[in-house]
Design a protein around this ligand. Structure first.
Ligand SMILES: NC(=O)c1ccc[n+]([C@@H]2O[C@H](COP(=O)([O-])OP(=O)(O)OC[C@H]3O[C@@H](n4cnc5c(N)ncnc54)[C@H](OP(=O)(O)O)[C@@H]3O)[C@@H](O)[C@H]2O)c1
Length: 495
């Protein structure tokens, strides 16, 4: 435990919590003094009983005796449960050192009750003589955090508000925005004491916890699942680098409409990236939609305007099309300002899913002649009709080579990790293409791109689409140019 405490200090923690209920072979008189006196950080001592979600199953009198002992040995805080708080506070009345504070806590492992119920719980906790109130509820939905934020921001006493579970993560991250006394961070990813707890390192390094203030603007990515997204890494590093008072979070969202109805202030959900499965359903919650995004039928970038209304964009197509255009410029050299190198080109899009639609609409808008080839022909036909193009099956695309200098864009998932041996179009069919783009970004170099290079084509990677759509999102969120070098460097480091 002492080693872990030193590690916590190195990571940047302010206080360590000593969970006595998790220790085996614990001898209070021998161990507690060592733990408290040799801790490199102020200490918070907790011995959570089984009836409040902890692991202590022993005698209750003994448990409270140990917590009083912690106070005598110089602990800075003890955490006691609401049920026994009156007794405990009575037992230390008149003996409390100035530097010692009692946190009185209440845990609800089932749900987050109404605001009225939480407010009355806070009042009950306060009435026990608590120095600090701690309320922990459980998030069934990300909007449950709003209740705790409201209670925290209006609290007259120091308060710790936590909504447990994956959907409650933002309650932990935004504690400083709403006046929380402290938040808990785990030492390691595998060592969390409650689901939804971030690591201390992520709090500090990924989410810039120390920079969050009451007026910090909150951005984030809404999705389900969403924890894997690297977007917070990019945006938080960018916000920090340019000194923007903003934070970007992971929002695990089940119901987009409820999310935007609940988080409707100017500085909350000021801008959101949107990922699977919400890219289409989120359209319903927008006040305005960029015309091309509307045609594509999918959005991935939402901005809250100063009047509170929401406008949405699709930056996927901008990222992909601009990457292909730059690739063509490498081949064709400078072309007249304002003209697109895609204009008049024959572009074959493999796939008719979300990425396929973005590519087909984006290229048609630039004046390309579009062909859509898809495993399911009906989907190819539907998309081709919408963009005024030609439809075919993937098999037909193998023998489609009406002219030289064509452009190929793969938007199927064929060739994606772990099936890296697969390719959506055989090598012999690549000869007439001058440029081949693959939307897949894991791996970066797909079999399709390797074979295209061998056939003499210029290749454009899916990572380029990914990063460029991020630049666009940043511009829409902040009105500033994206720190492109920083984004590229972080993508390289964390790919
Ligand atoms: N680089 C980026 O920024 C970026 C952005 C978005 C997506 N992507 C990538 O683009 C790819 C597609 O994503 P999406 O969102 O468009 O997915 P999607 O909407 O599910 O569409 C998948 C497409 O792949 C086709 N497909 C799937 N399995 C196939 C198979 N075994 N053989 C032939 N065709 C197959 C589907 O054909 P059917 O219609 O016949 O099912 C459909 O056209 C993924 O690899 C994704 O990672 C990259």
């Amino acid at each position: 435990m002492l080693m872990q405490m030193r590690k916590a200090k190195n990571i940047g923690a302010d206080v360590v919590e000593i969970r006595l209920d998790c220790l085996t072979n614990f001898n209070p008189h021998r161990d507690l003094e060592i733990l408290i006196n040799q801790s490199p950080l102020p200490t918070l001592v907790t011995c959570r009983p089984v009836w409040e979600g902890g692991q202590y199953e022993g005698d209750e009198t003994e448990r409270q005796y140990v917590l009083r002992l912690a106070m005598q040995f110089g602990a800075n805080y003890v955490d006691v449960e609401l049920e026994i708080a009156h007794d405990f506070n009575d037992s230390i009345y008149g003996k409390k050192p100035d530097s010692f504070k009692v946190i009185v806590s209440s845990h609800n492992f089932h749900n987050t009750p109404s605001n009225e119920a939480i407010a009355s719980l806070v009042a009950r906790i306060q009435a026990t003589g608590a120095d600090i109130v701690k309320i922990a509820t459980t998030a069934l939905d990300v909007t449950d955090c709003a209740s705790i934020f409201q209670i925290m921001v209006h609290s007259q006493v120091p308060i710790i508000g936590i909504v447990m579970g994956e959907r409650g993560l933002i309650s932990r991250l935004l504690s400083p925005k709403f006046g929380g006394y402290l938040t808990y961070g785990a030492l390691e990813a595998g060592a969390i004491s409650v689901p939804g707890q971030p690591t201390a390192k992520d709090l500090l390094d990924l989410y810039n916890f120390r920079l969050i203030r009451p007026d910090t603007k909150v951005y984030g990515i809404i999705g389900k699942p969403v924890g894997h997204s690297k977007s917070p890494l990019l945006f938080n590093a960018a916000f920090k680098a340019v000194g923007l008072n903003a934070v970007y979070l992971h929002f695990l969202v089940d119901d987009v409409e409820k999310f935007f109805n609940t988080y409707s202030c100017i500085d909350f959900a000021s801008g959101c990236s949107c990922t699977i499965p919400h890219k289409e359903v989120a359209l319903k919650s927008m006040d305005e939609i960029d015309p091309t995004a509307k045609k594509i039928g999918a959005i991935n970038n939402i901005v809250r305007r100063p009047d509170g209304t929401l406008i949405a964009f699709n930056t996927d197509y901008i990222g992909a099309i601009s990457a292909i255009e730059d690739g063509l410029r490498e081949i064709n050299g400078v072309i007249p300002a304002g003209a697109s190198p895609l204009s008049g080109k024959l572009l074959v899009v493999l796939g008719a899913g979300g990425a396929g639609k973005s590519l087909a609409y984006g290229a048609a808008q630039k004046g390309a002649r579009v062909v859509v080839a898809n495993r399911t022909f009906e989907r190819a036909k539907e998309l081709a009709d919408k963009v005024g193009g030609l439809a075919m099956t993937l098999a037909e695309a193998e023998n489609f080579h009406p002219e030289d200098g064509m452009v190929l864009a793969n938007t199927t998932s064929v060739g994606m990790t772990p099936h890296t041996d697969a390719t959506p179009l055989a090598k012999h069919a690549l000869k007439r293409y001058c440029l081949v783009f693959d939307a897949i970004y894991t791996p970066k170099d797909t079999r399709l791109l390797e074979e295209a290079k061998e056939s003499g084509a210029i290749v454009v990677h899916g990572t380029e689409m990914l990063i460029r759509q991020g630049f666009e999102q940043y511009k829409n969120f902040t009105g500033l140019p994206a720190p492109e070098q920083l984004f590229r460097q972080l993508m390289e480091e964390h790919a």
